[in-house]
Design a protein. Structure first.
Length: 185
C-alpha cells in the first residue's frame, strides 16, 4: 500500500499549489497597471524562432522530472491501462498551464521587460518578494513542500521498484518483506 505516502505527497502538492496561486494573484494585484498579454505575442521574440530553441533543452528536461515514478506504481492502480495514461496526461497539461501562468505573472511583475527577467536568478521569487513583502516566505514554503513531495514520490517509487525486484527474485528476497504493522515494503 502506498496510501500513506500518496496522501502526504498529495497534501503537500495541494498546499504548494495554493501558495503559488495566492502568489500569482498577489503579483497581478500588485502590478495590475502593467497587465497585458504582450508576452504571448510571438512577434516580440528578439531573435525569432531561434529564441524558442534556447528554451527547448529546458522544456525537454522538465518532461523527464518524475518520469520514473508512474511505472513503479502501476501495481497499486485500479484499471492501470486507463488511469495511468490519463493521470500522466492530466499532470503534464496541468503543470504546463501552471508554468505558463507563472511565467506570465512574472512578466507582469517586471513590466514585460525580458532583459530584466533574464538577469535575475529567480524571477518568480523576486516578483513574489516585491508583491508579498514579508509574506514572500510563502514562496519559500512552497519550494520546501515541493522538495518534500518530490522526495516522497521518488522514495516511494524506488522502494516499490526494489520490492518488486525482490519479490521476483531479481534482487535478494529480503527486499520483498512487508512491514507487519503497515503492510508496506
Amino acid at each position: 500500500e502506498v496510501t500513506i505516502s500518496a496522501r502526504w505527497a498529495s497534501a503537500s502538492f495541494a498546499f504548494e499549489l495554493a501558495l503559488i496561486l495566492v502568489t500569482m494573484v498577489a503579483i497581478v494585484v500588485h502590478d495590475h497597471q502593467h497587465l497585458s498579454f504582450a508576452s504571448f505575442n510571438p512577434a516580440r521574440l528578439p531573435h525569432g524562432l531561434s529564441s524558442l530553441g534556447l528554451a527547448f533543452p529546458l522544456a525537454v528536461f522538465l518532461l523527464f522530472i518524475g518520469v520514473g515514478n508512474p511505472g513503479a506504481m502501476v501495481e497499486e492502480t485500479r484499471d492501470a491501462r486507463r488511469n495511468v495514461p490519463r493521470a500522466i496526461y492530466i499532470a503534464v497539461i496541468s503543470v504546463t498551464i501552471l508554468y505558463i501562468l507563472m511565467a506570465w505573472t512574472t512578466s507582469i511583475a517586471f513590466h514585460d521587460q525580458p532583459t530584466t527577467i533574464a538577469n535575475l536568478a529567480a524571477p518568480f521569487v523576486t516578483a513574489a518578494t516585491r508583491a508579498l513583502g514579508p509574506f514572500a516566505i510563502l514562496v519559500y514554503l512552497a519550494g520546501l513542500t515541493s522538495t518534500f513531495s518530490s522526495l516522497l514520490g521518488a522514495t516511494t517509487a524506488q522502494t516499490r521498484t526494489l520490492f518488486s525486484a525482490g519479490r521476483d527474485a531479481l534482487l535478494p528476497r529480503f527486499l520483498a518483506r512487508l512491514s507487519p504493522r503497515y503492510r508496506t515494503p
